[in-house]
Ligand binder design. Structure first.
Ligand SMILES: Cc1cc2nc3c(=O)[nH]c(=O)nc-3n(C[C@H](O)[C@H](O)[C@H](O)COP(=O)(O)OP(=O)(O)OC[C@H]3O[C@@H](n4cnc5c(N)ncnc54)[C@H](O)[C@@H]3O)c2cc1C
Length: 412
């Protein structure tokens, strides 16, 4: 089995998730994050790195290496990973619930942690006002900051690009990110004790994958706008799922539905690494939140009041949810894993498919990431009817070069 030995290989062979951890942990300026021609954020190595440093960064990379989830949960499911209790719920604060992506549980937790002084800062992302289709790192210290970053930012976002500075500041914080962002921090925790000392909570959302910036550009392009014409782009939120909302600098406003944005557009250009992701559900987080997509007729994206499906994955996470429920900051009710399957069918399908896809990659001679403790064999058994189809399909796509990425675009 071939494994990546450099950051360049990780990016070129379709294994980079774009979290920014390598940039954040390399000496300033030696690795930078740049937008690739395909519309994803990728590391560019400015000067040859010492071998020991490059080895370290390659081992930290969550695209290349996923560690086993934390071990203190009482239950474990081959699809859903470790868990305390599956629930659905929402923020009781109406403004948070409205502005957030789903039910606002993540932003409610962030606000509660700041107000109770459990942490000094929330590390997350929000719109980049200099480039509103894109996202940038936010370090929020109050409710207004949390709300400014509420809701999902589709497309590239790299919340770890400054992580060394955040750890160096020495303040306790909570981290919000995609499952791979959290996985990167767990990799880092193995070699950097500051992570476990300072990161009091890791919160992840369920993630179907990172879409290309080119798709965001084509969405605004439909309305005759270039990225430069846009002053605000919200992918969802302000309702659930909430419209994609675009404000042009000349005052015009355009909106389109979630289904138009996600199902028809963004989904077309998901980076390769996300298609072989065994953890779209935040297995390494303390708490993982997703959408509770169920209508009367089952899985549905119609506009509704915001709800989250959520899982506490560690004792720390479970205790926080109990505390917040008692304080009236969250409304929560129990659900069964079968409900989660109905709310998140694509997560179930992908987890069942990952082993077959890795096998297809191996047969086609592609470089493989290392995945530990993800229960892929048991998940694949559940999806065995589609095993061969997934394997052959991936082998064909790899042979056609679907995982390959060109060099990052020059910024000169
Ligand atoms: C790329 C992407 C794919 C997703 N795929 C799924 C899916 O398959 N199934 C599903 O149920 N839900 C998915 N979601 C998550 C969903 O939109 C909600 O974020 C989740 O349900 C939590 O809702 P909330 O109301 O509690 O979050 P909120 O209270 O709105 O908080 C969301 C937090 O996430 C942070 N954030 C937003 N975008 C990013 C980003 N790109 N990278 C890092 N941090 C970010 C924000 O800063 C904010 O703090 C996805 C989100 C993204 C960004």
């Amino acid at each position: 089995v071939k494994r990546a030995t450099s950051l360049g290989e990780i990016a070129a062979k379709g294994l980079c998730a774009g979290c920014g951890l390598c940039v954040g942990m390399a000496p300033p300026g030696s690795v930078t994050l740049e937008m690739s021609a395909a519309g994803f954020q990728r590391p560019r190595v400015a000067q040859a790195l010492p071998a020991a440093l490059e080895d370290k960064l390659v081992a930290l990379c969550p695209g290349n290496q996923l560690s086993a989830p934390p071990g203190d949960a009482p239950h474990h499911d081959p699809i859903w990973g470790p868990y305390y209790r599956p629930m659905k719920g929402h923020a009781t604060d109406a403004e948070i619930r409205f502005k957030a992506s789903s039910g606002g549980v993540i932003s409610a937790i962030a606000t509660y942690l700041l107000a109770s002084k459990a942490v000094e800062a929330i590390v997350h992302v929000g719109m980049d006002s200099a480039a509103p289709l894109q996202s940038r790192l936010l370090v929020s210290r109050d409710r207004a900051g949390v709300l400014a970053g509420a809701s999902a930012r589709y497309g590239p976002a790299a919340p770890l690009e400054n992580i060394n500075d955040i750890l160096a500041a020495g303040e306790p914080f909570a981290f919000i990110g995609k499952p791979c962002d959290v996985a990167g921090l767990r990799n880092l925790a193995k070699v950097d004790p500051r992570v476990d000392r300072l990161m009091r909570y890791a919160l992840a959302f369920f993630c179907a994958g990172v879409s290309s910036l080119r798709i965001s550009e084509s969405i605004v392009g439909k309305y005759g706008l270039t990225p430069n014409d846009v002053q605000l782009m919200r992918y969802r939120g302000h309702g659930c799922p909430g419209p994609t909302h675009i404000e042009a600098k000349d005052g015009r406003v355009f909106e389109q539905s979630y289904d138009e944005t996600w199902s028809e557009e963004l989904n077309q250009e998901i980076q390769f690494r996300c298609k072989i992701c065994p953890d779209g559900i935040g297995e390494q987080a303390d708490i993982a939140c997703g959408d509770a997509w169920v209508g009367d007729s089952g899985y549905a994206h119609a506009e509704h009041e915001g709800w989250n499906a959520l899982l506490a994955r560690t004792k720390r996470g479970a205790e926080l949810l109990t505390q917040m429920q008692a304080a009236g900051a969250l409304y929560l009710e129990p659900i069964a894993l079968a409900d989660l399957n109905a709310m998140q069918p694509h997560q179930v399908e992908r987890k069942q498919a990952v082993l077959a896809r890795l096998a297809g990659m191996a047969i086609a001679g592609a470089m493989l990431p290392r995945y530990e403790g993800q229960n892929l064999l048991r998940a694949a058994w559940q999806g065995r009817k589609r095993f061969l189809g997934n394997l052959l399909g991936t082998r064909r796509r790899i042979k056609a070069g679907a995982h390959r990425e060109g060099p990052v675009a020059t910024t000169e």
